[in-house]
Design a binder for this molecule. Structure first.
Ligand SMILES: C[S@@+](CC[C@H](N)C(=O)[O-])C[C@H]1O[C@@H](n2cnc3c(N)ncnc32)[C@H](O)[C@@H]1O
Length: 239
């Protein structure tokens, strides 16, 4: 079963407000491709970003989890949603903008999958098209791995999220949701989700022959480093 299938039902209630993430993407589009007529989101999940990019381009989302897509279909009824693997996809069409946000890219746990995704993005962008994505940095994944587990109330349920980190940049997110099903009864839903941290230098190098870097920014608005929390990128497809 792909990751997020068990988590999907709780995902929107458990996650932070997606508004600021969507606003950053919208700002990149407004400044770098204001006439964009079509957009593809890779790892679109429950459609929280797609739902906030309107009015605007025609919207397509791709995700590996059918259950996340079921929720997206309700939230963004005007979008086209496709079940597939963003590491290797072939939709037979091109878009003005491709996005991949909220550390979806880190979910590809081998760097070969990142480069194969970059090649697929190139093939699916019109000339001059915009590619926006963000990553959890190597430093952030290491920091999260050293912290104690987070415990949240998610509506009537309890969620525990524990990140552990290995030397090679791999991290494992152990997510446990204790669903409140009776007075003192809980049903456990569990997921382990891998994330790979990659140095910003390696990411830029992998893209430089096919994409021109337009902008990169950390979560604080400064230039990102491998110790920032997040790095957000906007690239333009080269001819
Ligand atoms: C952290 S969520 C982000 C969802 C959405 N972008 C947002 O901002 O709310 C990561 C998403 O990436 C999807 N995903 C992970 N690996 C994938 C893959 N290889 N191909 C397609 N989707 C994938 C997961 O199913 C999940 O929906």
């Amino acid at each position: 079963m792909p990751a997020y299938e068990r988590f999907s039902r709780f995902y929107d209630a458990a996650m932070d407000d997606p508004g600021p993430r969507a606003a950053l993407v919208q700002d990149f589009i407004d400044r770098h491709h204001p006439d964009a007529a079509s957009l593809l989101e890779l790892g679109c999940g429950t459609g929280s970003i797609l739902a906030r990019l309107t009015p605007g381009p025609s919207l397509t989302g791709l995700d590996r989890s059918a259950r996340m897509l079921d929720i997206a279909a309700q939230k963004v009824p005007g979008s086209r949603l496709i079940e597939g693997d963003m590491a290797s996809f072939s939709l037979g069409e091109k878009f003005d903008v491709v996005i991949c946000v909220f550390d979806s890219l880190n979910h590809l746990v081998e760097f070969d999958q990142w480069t194969s995704m970059f090649a697929a993005v190139y093939d699916h962008l019109n000339e001059g098209g915009l590619f926006c994505f963000d990553v959890n940095t190597v430093g952030e994944l290491r920091r999260l791995g050293s912290e104690p587990p987070w415990v949240y109330d998610v509506e009537d349920n309890v969620m525990i999220m524990d990140v552990s980190c290995a030397e090679d940049g791999m991290s494992s997110w152990h997510i446990q949701i204790f669903e409140h099903v009776g007075e003192s009864q809980y049903l456990l839903h569990e997921e382990r989700i891998g994330e790979l941290g990659v140095s910003l230098w390696r990411i830029r190098s992998a893209l430089e022959s096919t994409f021109a870097l337009l902008e990169e920014v950390s979560d604080t608005g400064d230039p990102p480093t491998d110790d920032s929390v997040k790095a957000h990128f906007a690239f333009r497809r080269r001819p």
